[in-house]
Design a protein around this ligand. Structure first.
Ligand code: RB5
Length: 149
């Protein structure tokens, strides 16, 4: 199952992604918003909780830029969220970073490209090997207390 969510700035893109997933027979759960104005960290929390719990295999978070969603998502333990605006990034954030949440901005990229990035993100496997060691170091960073600003 893929967990998907957006804020009010990306409802059109989310609807397009949902239709695309339906056509590909990929199961998903929509964590909002239905169009109501909302705060993107609240949606990021819901989608990422589904990923962290294992109920969702991966997540897709959409906002105006994709950036706010990614910042919020990456605060959650176990989440590796990547903003992607091109196919190379979508491919390599899976191969090298084992990213589990794709973030995109409706105000940044067109729908056609976004759907291509969804396919790449969902179909590309993590390469492991030396990249596993690096991802493990990201996890270790999560577990260190770095203090506040
Ligand atoms: C909402 O206006 C906008 O700030 C939000 O969608 C997102 O782009 C934040 O990063």
């Amino acid at each position: 199952m893929i967990a998907i969510g957006c804020d009010h700035a990306a409802v059109n893109l989310k609807n397009a992604v949902k239709k695309h997933l339906e056509e590909k027979h990929v199961s998903f759960e929509d964590f909002g918003t239905d169009g109501t104005s909302c705060d993107y960290p609240d949606i990021a929390e819901k989608v990422c909780s589904a990923v962290c719990s294992g109920s969702a295999e991966r997540g897709i978070l959409l906002c105006g830029t994709g950036i706010g969603m990614s910042i919020a998502a990456n605060k959650m333990k176990g989440i590796r969220a990547a903003v992607c605006n091109d196919g190379f990034s979508a491919e390599y954030t899976r191969k090298h970073n084992n990213a589990n949440v794709l973030c995109m901005g409706e105000r940044v990229i067109g729908t056609g490209l976004a759907l291509e990035l969804v396919d790449i993100f969902l179909e590309t496997e993590f390469e492991g090997g030396r990249h596993q060691r690096r991802v493990d170091k990201i996890t270790a960073l999560e577990n260190k207390s770095l203090g506040g600003i």
